[in-house]
Design a binder for this molecule. Structure first.
Ligand code: GTP
Ligand code: MG
Length: 322
């Protein structure tokens, strides 16, 4: 995958967008050579501001992201955008829909958009997202936005990745209760009640503020603001950008950003380690299909997962460089 003359990493660093697109494809496909390129890019990362957007399916995350990109571009900031699993089965959202919505950004050289689908990724998507974020960062994007659907553990992952996390909710439909269940309250630096023209928006804001006030904030903690938006009509967007800016100023003013950087580095390390170990194991097993056979044996109670895991790990560790 490395051309004889110039490596993909060098081409990315010299501003070649097609090289970045290609490396992202390699990352997505799990091509082994991608790691070497990422290694070369890494010293050039750590400059972008990482903004996470999460929330329930169909809450309007992509519509808001689209608006955020517009705001950032007006300030002449360049943007990288990672849409994680944009084909959420819940909202019927589709990559195509996002593409139509963001059509004008696709032709803007100051914006780079990449979708990632969870399907086909053994062991989750986190390492892949981290890698793509790093490529965008090394390209010199001022802000990298990561959109994920917050229905499971994704929203805690986004917190380990992003410097500021925006949680998007909508009025009614018991969202607030679901939000507590999903642990979403724990992860937001900024809360957005989108689709604010709907009935119950003010109540949703009040409920959120009540729940947040019960947390008992210390003087040196950032108390997340709650803002109302109507993304379709561009209402409340300035307030949202202002809230994001305040959180950014807060963490850049103290030790917050340094802590976030260490937290992300730790997360990258662990995710890569998991991925590396898992693929080493898959290799020693001769491919993922071997797991089907083992799973069948476990299901039939001919074996148990404890024994199998010990056996597999012992086998993988025996092979140096495996
Ligand atoms: N009425 C109204 N509809 C909105 C608003 N924002 C988004 N929508 C609509 O809600 C639907 C879902 O919007 P998306 O932006 O795709 O939501 P999402 O959270 O990105 O969805 P997933 O990524 O699939 O989870 C679309 O039909 C949008 O047009 C809003 O402020 N008001
Ligand atoms: Mg979306």
């Amino acid at each position: 995958m490395v051309s004889k003359t110039t490596s993909l990493a060098d081409r990315i660093l010299s501003g070649e967008v097609r090289a970045a697109a290609r490396l992202m494809r390699y990352i997505d496909d799990g091509m082994p050579g991608a790691g070497e390129e990422l290694k070369k890019l890494y010293p050039h990362t750590g400059k972008a501001y990482l903004l996470g957007i999460t929330g329930l399916p169909g809450a309007g995350k992509s519509t808001l992201v689209n608006r955020i990109v517009e705001h950032l571009r007006k300030d002449d900031l360049t943007v990288g955008l990672v849409l994680v699993d944009p084909t959420s089965p819940f909202s019927g959202g589709a990559i195509l829909g996002d593409r139509v919505r963001m059509a004008h950004h696709f032709t803007d050289p100051g914006v780079f958009i990449r979708s990632l689908a969870t399907r086909g990724h053994l062991g989750g998507l986190s390492w892949c997202t981290n890698d793509v974020v790093n490529v965008l960062d090394s390209m010199g994007k001022d802000v990298v936005i990561i959109e994920t659907v917050g229905v499971g553990q994704d929203e805690t992952e986004i917190v380990s990745m992003a410097h500021t996390t925006v949680v998007v909710l909508t009025p009614g439909m018991g969202d607030e209760i679901q939000a507590i269940k999903a642990g979403i309250l724990e992860v937001g630096d900024v809360f957005v009640v989108n689709k604010a023209r709907r009935e119950g928006a003010d109540r949703a804001v009040r409920d959120l503020e009540t729940m947040l006030s019960m947390k008992g904030w210390k003087a040196d903690e950032f108390r997340p603001p709650v803002v109302k938006t109507e993304a379709l009509y561009d209402e409340g967007l300035d307030e949202m950008m202002d809230a994001i800016g305040r959180h950014r100023a807060f963490i850049e003013g103290g030790q917050g950003l340094k802590k976030k950087r260490i937290e992300r580095a730790r997360y990258e390390l662990i995710e890569l380690l998991k991925e590396g170990l898992l693929s080493a194991v898959v290799r020693t097993q001769g491919g993922e299909d071997a797991f089907d056979v083992i799973a069948a044996a476990i299901a039939a109670r001919d074996s148990d997962p404890y024994t199998e895991v010990n056996r597999i790990i012992a086998g993988a560790l025996k092979r140096p460089g495996g």
